[in-house]
Design a protein around this ligand. Structure first.
Ligand code: NAD
Length: 476
């Protein structure tokens, strides 16, 4: 990587930090103005951004992009505007007896951290850079964004638009490949938000640790779907198909594999098959169905299927229009269900992130719970069924970033719920008040009364009877 880029990023960081110090406190009116500008950028250029996203993917439905990347992010901006005064209010905290009576005060203030780095992936390139940006701004920070090199045209347009709507000391975008990304993650930010794979997340945290930069890591993993005996398999199949087929399964929260009662396996598979066929009667010429983003990812997915087949899985292609994918040169891949999977198959070892769906069976729900607990904590976990006892058992005996009951993915769309992973699926969260707090420094402010509290409490030398009395009281 050209050292120029590194120096340029360092210079912008210095400039942003200097501007931040000069402008403290970052007024609420200015923070709101920044959010509004980000929303206006998306409103005015949403169509253009959808076009370049589609070009970057090969095909990606502009309708889908409008929902997931443009309208969804604008709606999140509106939610921030509505709630940020409340979020930013200082909180009065309790002071121990008798300090309160003596006039002591304790207060918690949510203050901006300064300059926040945002490293984003390709799968929802606008949402995953502008989404965090809304709360970064709400909390009074400035931002530097490094979008993914896989969605190059989108990253380029984002850079141009941000330069048009913001001064470089408010927000700036840097494009480039993994080398630029690595240099970006080494910058001494006041906080760094990374969205991407667990493997890269590890590298980002290591780089950030050199400057003790706090990180929010929004990572991936294998999000399981628990299907109970009491599930409505037709309805569940439809919902799973919607979640799995959107963006061709390239969603961090996509249902990664199904865990179904042994006796219901065929019913569950039929439900997903039918749900897919209802929404996508054909795939190749169907604009609603996205392509896999790159040849590398396409080959990886084909490899997962081949490996599973070689090791004994039954491969069921959901190809309702009987189309010929073998010569299609557009990286479209039908939903491919893998029946009879075993743990030695790659599809059961790595995050799938595409239209491949392994199905595992269990004899009793405890077996499924144990399996999930023996593996990395997932980002999302899904339960289908009407048995509240079983549902609570699954929820209270497992750990995951978030949960959707009787559907998949939907919890991320609840603006007021924090979104994030746990352990290998991530740390920290945004959305909800938690996002505002994530990008704020919770600063404790204690005000001492006029009276000599230390002497009164026996904490001031020469120590003596008052000290012993105070210690006894504290230990009682
Ligand atoms: P990725 O980890 O390959 O890349 C993400 C970003 O990291 C890109 O901007 C890239 O330029 C940068 N990068 C690459 N090498 C780097 C390095 N050495 N140091 C620092 N940064 C580097 O991820 P991806 O393929 O773009 O996205 C897919 C992954 O993201 C999946 O695992 C998915 O589950 C996850 N994801 C998570 C969320 C979430 O919110 N939890 C959302 C979307 C995607």
């Amino acid at each position: 990587m050209a050292d120029d880029k590194k120096s340029e990023m360092e210079a912008v960081l210095r400039k942003q930090r200097a501007a931040h110090h000069q402008m403290r406190p970052e007024l609420m009116a200015l923070r709101k103005d920044r959010i509004e500008r980000a929303m206006n950028l998306l409103k005015k250029h949403g169509d253009d951004l959808c076009k370049v996203m589609s070009a970057d993917f090969g095909n990606r439905s502009p309708h889908q992009s409008m929902i997931t990347d443009i309208a969804g992010t604008i709606s999140f901006g509106k939610y921030c505007l509505k709630n940020m005064d409340k979020w930013a209010r200082p909180e009065k905290r309790h002071v121990q007896f008798p300090l309160g009576l003596l006039g002591a005060k304790a207060q918690l203030r949510y203050e901006p951290k300064g300059v926040i780095g945002i490293l984003s992936p390709w799968n929802f390139p606008v949402n995953l850079s502008f989404g965090p940006l809304m709360q970064v701004f709400a909390a009074g920070n400035r931002a530097m964004i490094k979008p993914s090199e896989f969605t190059e045209k989108t990253s380029q347009l984002t850079q141009e638009l941000v330069a048009e709507y913001f001064t470089p000391d408010e927000c700036a975008v840097f494009t480039g490949g993994p080398e630029v990304a690595a240099a970006f993650s080494e910058l001494p930010f006041d906080h760094l938000v990374f969205t991407g794979s667990t493997a890269t997340g590890r590298r980002v945290m290591e780089a950030a640790s050199k400057n003790l930069v706090p990180v929010t890591l929004e990572l991936g993993g294998k999000s399981p779907v628990f299907m109970g005996e009491s599930a409505d398999f037709a309805k569940a199949g439809e919902r799973i198909a919607l979640g799995k087929m959107m963006n061709a399964g390239q969603i961090c929260l996509a249902p990664d594999y199904l865990y179904v009662p042994e006796s219901k396996q065929d019913e569950a598979i039929h439900g997903v098959w039918q749900g897919t066929a209802n929404m996508y009667p054909t795939l190749l010429e169907n604009e609603d169905y996205a392509s896999v983003v790159s040849d590398r990812h396409f080959d990886r997915l084909q490899g997962l299927v081949a490996d599973a087949r070689d090791k004994g899985a039954e491969v069921i292609e959901v190809n309702p229009g009987n189309e010929d994918f073998s010569n299609a040169n557009q990286r479209k891949m039908p939903l491919t269900i893998l029946k009879g999977v075993t743990d030695d198959m790659k599809a059961m070892q790595e995050e799938i992130f595409g239209p491949v769906l392994p199905v595992k069976t269990y004899k009793g729900i405890d077996e499924a719970i144990d399996y999930v607990n023996e593996h990395d904590r997932p980002l999302g976990l899904y339960y289908f069924g009407e048995d509240s006892g079983e549902r609570e058992k699954v929820l209270t005996k497992t750990i995951s970033g978030g949960v959707t009951v009787n559907d998949v993915i939907f919890h991320v769309s609840m603006e007021d719920l924090p979104f994030g992973g746990v352990g290998p699926s991530g740390m920290g969260s945004y959305h909800g008040v938690e996002g505002f707090r994530e990008f704020s420094h919770a600063r404790s402010v204690y005000t001492q009364p006029k009276i000599d509290v230390a002497k009164l409490g026996g904490f001031k030398p020469p120590y003596g009877a008052a000290t012993e009395k105070a210690v006894k009281t504290m230990m009682k």
